[in-house]
Design a protein around this ligand. Structure first.
Ligand code: NAI
Length: 289
């Protein structure tokens, strides 16, 4: 199967690695040449590291690398059977992208979004053939996280959800079907995890490091809420919070916080830029619990 991935950031690169390893030819596109170059290098490095550690046969890693075709030309997508986008979490950008794509791909090419929180139905509505549209939502980092949410839009043809679920399973993932509601399953549950942690900070009940420490050491979470938000990126995470809040008709349970909004406005997106709730500069002293 030939698969197109649009957006080669944290998610697009990870998803490209997953599907190339599963044996598909992958066209990976980004509007930013630097991001595309970075993604190619990081996928190659990641596959070689897995091979070195004995987690993947070297031949499989090398074959996956040869199946990966970075490109800046969307015309390369003409023969794709599935195109999945992982671009910025912005409804208008995603809608416009699929409108452009539909003039390039064949009539039965499946179109999919990796959106965390936007309505799959509203992205599908921008398409001429919304019945071939579906949400395939991976988690970060995609090569490591097993769970994938499969979200049919209300326009999606009935059999497509099952076909996509089987396909995702063939990639070694654990798919779960979810209805098209804001945040689906995981991001809806996760909003209060982040939101309450920030409220605890804002109310002066405990500091960042203490909250993270308590949730990991005592709560059994793999990452505390602040470490996780920094990992996801505040550009992504803040947009998702805003979108879930709006989509739930301003239900105060999902209300975004100014603390995170300011990080977003400052460009302190977290680990990827070296500064978020924590400072990741090499010389920085991390707060202790
Ligand atoms: P990112 O910011 O790391 O990467 C986005 C990439 O898309 C950038 O390289 C950018 O240059 C490119 N891009 C933006 N607009 C484009 C366009 N019109 N055409 C081509 N390329 C374009 O973002 P990330 O974290 O990979 O997120 C992407 C999507 O995946 C978002 O919808 C996000 O909500 C979703 N998502 C993010 C997760 C996370 O933990 N970061 C987890 C699951 C889903």
């Amino acid at each position: 199967m030939i698969i197109g991935i649009i957006g080669s950031g944290a998610m697009g690169a990870g998803i490209a690695q997953v599907v190339a390893t599963a044996g598909h030819t992958v066209h990976l596109l980004d509007q930013n040449a630097e991001a595309l170059q970075r993604a190619s290098l990081s996928i190659e490095a990641s596959l070689r590291k897995l091979a070195e550690k004995g987690k993947l046969p070297l031949a499989t890693a090398e074959a996956a690398i040869t199946r990966l075709h970075p490109t800046s030309d969307i015309q390369q997508f003409t023969d794709c059977e599935l195109v999945l986008e992982a671009v910025v979490e912005d409804l208008a950008v995603k809608q416009q992208l699929f409108q452009q794509l539909e003039s390039i791909v064949t009539a039965d090419c499946v179109l999919a979004t990796n959106t965390s929180s936007l309505s799959v139905t509203s992205i599908a509505a921008a398409c001429q053939r919304p019945e071939r549209f579906i949400g395939i939502h991976f988690f970060n980092p995609a090569p490591l996280m097993q769970l994938v949410e499969v979200i049919p839009a209300i326009q999606t043809r009935e059999e497509l959800a099952t076909e996509v679920r089987d396909l995702v399973e063939s990639w070694g993932k654990l798919p779960v079907l979810a209805k098209d509601t804001p945040g689906f399953i995981v991001n809806r549950v996760a909003r209060p995890y982040y939101g309450e942690a920030i409220r605890i900070l804002e109310e002066g009940i405990a500091d960042i490091a203490t909250i993270d420490w308590a949730l990991t050491e005592l709560g059994g979470f793999r990452m505390g809420p602040f470490t996780l938000m920094d990992f996801i990126g505040h550009d992504v995470n803040y947009r998702v919070t805003e979108s879930v809040f709006t989509a739930f008709f301003y239900d105060p349970r999902y209300k975004p916080s100014f603390t995170q909004k300011r990080l977003f406005e400052a460009g302190y997106y977290g680990r990827k830029v070296g500064h978020g709730f924590y400072n990741y500069a090499p010389e920085a002293i991390q707060p202790e619990p």
